[in-house]
Design a protein around this ligand. Structure first.
Ligand SMILES: [Fe+2]
Length: 647
């Protein structure tokens, strides 16, 4: 169900423009249309005193300074969508002020806490976490307390097993307001004793169901219940496959990108192209690695809901997304303490239960998938030095694993000249100086990163730790790695230290693409949005860059066979220097320049009449002259930073 808008807006000439709009769930698209025009005078919905206060706007900007400064640096500023997108898929309860919620709570059931059919509202749809060969975690949220049950089995018709009670961890969102806590705990007495969600809307319950005793590499279907009542229809898309046992010679396919969480069209296109690609060749992803910056601009709980969980919802229910912690999530979450919306959302293996050494920390962890060992690192606010706990754990983890393929992923690219320069930023320099040597000594094959909004893919390299990065004596193969071009990169069979690594910067998942220069170790640099799809089959790893049109823009393979002797090239192939265009880059929706000629349809602090949580009758609301006086009225930040973040 979309959220419909009908707005009266002051405009020049003493007229009020009457606009209608609709936010479509699942698309994030706001449709606008002009419905009517009427005299401004005497219209309560066009009161300048209530709708044009500059003070209100500046109030909200307080506290957003650092975030906006960083976002501007990243090219991620997108105030036009900031408030509007928050509405999508959100029940009315989440958009209401605390005071209003308290009044309603005291008065009776919370509107929006139940769907029209009387079902408890699912405020975050089911998604999968922390997969192992014998277990899976199903996570979801509701806007009221339920009796959580997950039924599961080998087929849709046979959901004969179930988890409930203590096998499901329940967390609750409660504010620090004592009155609010009293009211909520009066209704749900156990809420006071439940572990808290960091900043979820008050009255949000999150359930983490641990399905155990599963068979490795096996297909299961599941359905979520409130007691005996299903929360959604049983369907074939609610399924998962457990991981194969470590060492199992099974093909692997995973997707990856970072810097996606804008809620904008490019994010949707990137994802659609990737899904269509895997659907076309009938080979879905086994899992997905997210390289961070998944919920712009501040990693708030609501931004996670609208910019991560909603866009990927249909895949999250059957494919595990493994996360890595990044700077935009760090505005509201703290990596060193594992507290905040990011850590509420994810259930990561900290006890070594998915393979590897226990990290005891959700900020960095590892897991096995067949013959691959995959490592997620916190490049943002964890100590990156060799003496730090992350580097120490990484050494132990690499020493213990018997996997043939080592893949690491984290946010800050060790090598990039995209929107961020790896020769200038501390995190990027330190990941290259301190962490990459550990990975390469551990036989890493592939390192995936983001932060820099661009696609860059290296040659086969080893030992490029200097600042600034140079290519002399660190390139082991300066070909393009394409089986149909210069041929694949070759490494010895098994896992051999310092035999060559390929670095991919995949910060092209949705945010504005930018480039500063050319990294000398990169073989391909593509200034376009897209994703990366990696396949491992036998002794060969192949990666494709897939753009928003579904076209493969880069391919390379890595073959681990025999005992090739690496050659350290003194003067490897050198990529062409980057010459920036003289004219400003054209806007791709975010952080761009306004056109030369445009009309302002929605003034700052315009007042809107809106209908939320209900369907309007017919389509009369989209027509000229629609009488929206009985709809609610409120100021909107639509198109601007606003004091009213709830609209
Ligand atoms: Fe970033």
């Amino acid at each position: 169900m979309g959220t419909r808008w009908n707005a009266s807006l002051p405009s020049s000439g003493g007229q009020c423009a009457n606009l209608v709009g609709e936010l479509s769930p699942g698309t994030g698209i706001l449709s606008l249309g002009r419905a009517s025009a009427k005299p401004a005078h005497g219209s309560s919905s066009c009161s300048p005193s209530s709708s044009c206060s500059p003070t209100a706007s500046s109030t909200r900007d307080k506290g957003r300074g650092p975030a906006r400064a960083q976002a501007a640096e990243d090219g991620d500023v997108e105030p036009a969508i900031d408030d509007a997108v928050h509405l999508r898929n959100y029940p009315a309860m989440m958009r209401r002020s605390t005071a209003a919620a308290l009044v309603l709570l005291a008065a009776g059931p919370l509107p929006g806490a139940e769907s029209a059919a009387g079902q408890p509202a699912i405020s975050r749809a089911p998604y999968l976490q922390c997969a192992t060969p014998t277990s899976m975690c199903v996570v979801w949220r509701t806007a009221q307390r339920i009796t959580p049950v997950v039924r599961f089995g080998p087929s849709l018709e046979n959901l004969s097993r179930q988890v409930s009670g203590a096998a499901i961890t329940t967390r609750v969102g409660l504010s620090a307001n004592k009155t609010e806590v009293q009211l909520f705990t009066h209704r749900w007495p156990d809420a006071a004793t439940l572990p808290r969600l960091h900043s979820a809307p008050a009255g949000t319950f999150q359930y983490e169901a641990h399905l155990t005793g599963l068979a490795p590499d096996s297909q299961y279907y599941y359905q979520v219940f409130d007691g005996d009542r299903p929360l959604f229809e049983r369907g074939p898309s609610y399924h998962f496959r457990t991981h194969p046992l470590p060492g199992t010679p099974k093909s692997i396919r995973f997707g990856t990108f970072g810097d996606s969480g804008t809620g904008r069209e490019k994010q949707r296109q990137v994802w659609q192209a990737l899904i269509e690609f895997t659907t076309r060749d009938n080979r879905p992803m086994d899992f997905f690695l997210h390289l961070g910056d998944m919920a712009y601009n501040r990693g708030r709980d609501i931004e996670f809901s609208t910019r991560f969980f909603a866009p990927y919802e249909a895949t999250l229910r059957n494919t595990v997304f493994w996360p890595s912690f990044a700077n935009h999530e760090a505005y509201t979450s703290k990596g060193t303490t594992a507290v905040g919306p990011y850590f509420d959302a994810y259930v990561c293996p900290t006890n070594g239960q998915a393979g590897g050494v226990a990290s005891a920390h959700e900020g960095f962890y590892s897991f096995d998938y067949g013959r691959a060992h995959i490592i997620s690192l916190n490049s943002h606010d964890e100590d990156r030095r060799p003496t730090g706990r992350m580097a120490q754990w990484l050494k132990r983890d690499l020493a213990q694993t018997r996997a043939e393929w080592i893949i690491a992923f984290f946010h800050h690219a060790p090598y990039s000249k995209g929107s961020h320069d790896s020769d200038r930023e501390k995190q990027m320099i330190e990941m290259r100086t301190y962490i990459v040597p550990i990975l390469e000594a551990g036989g890493a094959d592939l390192v995936l990163s983001g932060h820099s909004h661009i696609y860059e893919r290296s040659m086969l390299l080893d030992g490029a730790y200097a600042t600034p990065t140079v290519s002399e004596h660190v390139i082991l193969d300066d070909g393009d790695g394409d089986p149909k071009g210069d041929g694949p990169y070759r490494k010895p069979a098994g896992r051999v230290p310092n035999a060559g690594t390929v670095q991919i910067v995949a910060g092209h998942g949705g945010a504005t693409i930018r480039r500063k220069a050319t990294s000398p170790i990169m073989r391909k640099t593509i200034l376009d949005h897209g994703s990366v799809l990696v396949d491992i089959q036998g002794d060969t790893l192949t990666a494709h860059m897939i753009d928003i049109h579904g076209d493969v823009r880069d391919t390379f393979s890595l073959v681990k066979r025999g005992a090739p002797t690496p050659m350290r090239l003194a003067y490897p192939w050198v990529p062409a220097p980057w010459i920036a265009a003289k004219a400003p880059p054209s806007s791709d929706e975010i952080g761009g320049y306004p056109p030369d000629s445009y009309a302002e349809l929605i003034p700052r602090n315009a007042e809107w009449q809106y209908l939320a949580g209900d369907h309007p009758d017919g389509d009369s609301w989209t027509k000229l002259g629609f009488d929206a006086r009985w709809w609610k009225t409120g100021e909107t930040g639509l198109g601007y930073p606003s004091a009213n973040a709830d609209v």
